[in-house]
Every structure is written in C-alpha cells, then in structure tokens.
Design a protein around this ligand. Structure first.
Ligand code: GTP
Ligand code: ZN
Length: 354
C-alpha cells in the first residue's frame, strides 16, 4: 500500500522532513488499544508503542497518538512491531470529554476532512443532539455533513430534515436508508482518493451498515453480526481506520452514549452564528441577553425569528463550556501542585543527606 492511499500528502511530507535522514518510517494509526496502537505503513500493519522519551515528555492527552494520526516510527519488521517517536501535526482533531466525571480530553479522530454526523430518523431523533455534535465538528476543523439514517422507519423524514436545517445553516443534509438503498450514492461522492471521512453518532444509528452498503461488501462488523449467530465468523482484525479499495479513507468511530463537550468556544460560535450575529446588534457590547435594554436577541425571540429552544440550547452549551473550563483549571492547578510537592520532597531528601 502507498502512503497516499492512507491520506499522506504534502502537508505531512513537510512535517516529516526532520525525521527523514534517520531510519524512521511514517504510519497512520488505525486503532488504539490500551497502551498499544495499530499502525498502517507502506509495508503493512504494525503494533506500536510510544517511546519512553515521548511518554516522559507528554503532558496532556493530545500529546499521545489517536486514531487518524500520522506518527513517526522505527519499525522492527520481522516482529511487526514498532516504536512511536512523534505525532505529526494534526490538520483536524475531533475531541470530546471522556465519559463520566473525569475532566479529560478524548480524541475521537484526527486528520479528518469530512465528518458524517449520523442520526437515526426513528424515535431516537433529537435536534439538540445534532446541535451538540455540530459544535464539536466545527471545532474539529473537519467539514460536517449531517446524515439522517433509517429513513425507512420514519414517515416524515423531510420535515425532520427541515428541523435540522434550521439549526445547521449551510451544512449539507442527507436522508438515507441502508435498508432501502436510499441516498447512498450521494454519500459515496464525499469519499475521494486521499480524503478521510469519519462517521460519528450514537451506538446503533447504522454507521457500520452504511459503510458496508456503500462498498457493497461487509468491510465492517455491524450490530446484526455482533448479536447474531455468526459470532466469530469475522476473522479480519478490527480497525477503525480503513483505506478503501477505490481510494479514500474511512474512520468508523465506536458509537457514543453521551457526547460531552470539550473545549469548543469557536465551534460554539460557528454553530450558533445566527445568535452571535444578532448579539452584535445588541445595545451593550457584553449583552448577556437577559434583561438588558435594546437587546437584539430578545427582540428576535419576541418576533419569533429566533426559536426559544435554540436560544436555550445555546445557553446550555455555553454554560457547559464555562463549567468545563473551570474544572480544567482546577485539574491543571492540582497537577501543578503535585509537581511542586514532588520537587520539594526531592529537594528535602537531598538536603537531609547533608
Ligand atoms: N430499518 C433500518 N435498520 C437499519 C438501517 N441501517 C442499519 N440498521 C440496523 O441498525 C442496527 C445497528 O446498525 P449498525 O450499523 O451496527 O450501527 P452502528 O452505528 O455502527 O453501531 P455501533 O457500532 O454500536 O456504533 C442493525 O441492526 C442494523 O441492521 C436502515 O437503514 N434501516
Ligand atoms: Zn442582547
């Protein structure tokens, strides 16, 4: 396989230059295990670990590799093992907060050109969730495309699409059904040689089924197979990143139960440009759109040009980001404190020796 089939381009080539003279190879991460990474290279797949030096220098989650990353490797070909020495700069990064109470980043996928935000048109359909995905998608640097799946289970797909359109101005929206082969060709059009498409969405919305339909073969495990009698029939290794036969790269992310925001101030602004540009017309520059006089947002709510639900959603996401920022601050402070405590202890021990 050529590196270009995995999405290699002049941007990464330039970033790799400092490593060129040594025995280094470039590879793309296709799966993250606990402390191991599955990495695709020109001469096949290797299992890789981060070097001790890299681990020592890593301060944050983002200093470690994630699915989609281009990494600098030294490969032990005969063992099909490798050591990762560096992560090349990312062109895009889709993150969320890890599930649960811990304040930590989870990188879902990197170096993605187009992200399919998949939502099923069944009872699960939820415009607010799509808004939330959009904030993170805009923040990521990839281009979002909204995919409304399982249209066969929905009698008012067009109406729902219109609801989505109101909260996703300028974002392409596609109604599809893998069961009825509807809308699939339009999606295939986004998958071009050298370009990476990532699928995101809750568990069970039909991401893997969609991929299999587009490619006319079972390249991914689906819910059907996992829970059916065919368990164990699939012998291919699980990967999240796939180079497709016809060119193009696909990242199928595991379904997410909850999607908590991670730093996404810009994503919020882009997603809610309607509200932010209204805000520019408020009398007070720092208008909170509460009870200030001459508030353009309140006026729009009053006129009905801005939906109350959308404004509420904006406030809620904004609050969530502010809360996250405060918690992140605390985590940083605690880490700093622990670091100094350790330094003091070491110093004391050394002092006591004299
Ligand atoms: N009716 C209907 N069912 C579908 C459609 N697409 C997928 N399904 C079913 O939905 C279930 C989940 O599909 P998957 O493709 O495994 O969903 P997923 O999004 O990949 O799920 P995770 O891997 O858990 O994230 C399976 O039983 C599919 O057969 C569709 O277009 N219509
Ligand atoms: Zn205002």
């Amino acid at each position: 396989m050529k590196l270009t089939d995995l999405g290699w381009n002049p941007f990464f080539e330039e970033a790799f230059k400092p490593y060129e003279q040594d025995e280094f190879t470039a590879g793309r991460v296709s799966l993250e295990h606990k402390h191991m990474y599955r990495v695709q290279t020109e001469s096949g797949e290797v299992l890789a670990e981060v070097s001790g030096k890299m681990r020592h220098n890593a301060l944050h989650r983002e200093d470690y590799p994630a699915v989609g990353d281009w990494v600098v490797l030294s490969v032990r070909q005969e063992e099909q093992r490798a050591t990762i020495h560096a992560v090349l700069p990312r062109r895009s990064k889709f993150s969320r907060k890890v599930a649960g109470q811990v304040t930590e980043e989870q990188i879902v996928a990197t170096n993605v050109d187009t992200v399919f935000l998949v939502t099923a048109l069944n009872l699960d359909f939820n415009v607010r969730r799509i808004e939330r995905y959009l904030v993170l998608a805009w923040e990521s640097g990839a281009n979002p495309v909204i995919v409304l799946s399982k249209a066969d289970l929905c009698a008012d797909a067009e109406e729902k699409a219109a609801e989505v359109e109101a909260v996703a101005v300028g974002v392409p929206i596609h109604i599809i059904s893998s069961a009825e082969n509807r809308g699939l060709a339009e999606l295939a059009a986004y998958i071009a040689p050298g370009k990476t498409v990532a699928l995101m969405g809750s568990s069970g919305v039909g991401k893997s089924t969609l991929v299999n339909r587009i490619f006319g073969e079972e390249i991914l495990e689906t819910g059907d197979i996992r829970h059916g009698d065919d368990k164990g029939k699939h012998t291919t290794t699980h990967r999240e990143l796939l180079a497709l036969p016809g060119g193009g790269i696909l990242i199928d992310t595991p379904g997410m139960r909850e999607l908590q925001l991670w730093d996404a101030a810009e994503g919020l602004s882009t997603s809610f440009q309607d509200i932010e540009s209204l805000g520019a017309d408020c009398f007070f520059q720092d208008c909170q759109h509460n009870n200030e006089p001459n508030c353009a947002v309140k006026q729009a709510l009053h006129d009905g040009t801005l939906a109350q639900e959308r404004f509420d959603s904006y406030l809620k996401l904004q609050k969530e980001l502010a809360y996250l920022a405060r918690k992140e601050d605390k985590v940083l402070q605690a880490a700093e404190k622990a670091k100094w405590k350790k330094i003091h202890q070491t110093a004391k021990k050394q002092f006591n020796r004299f």
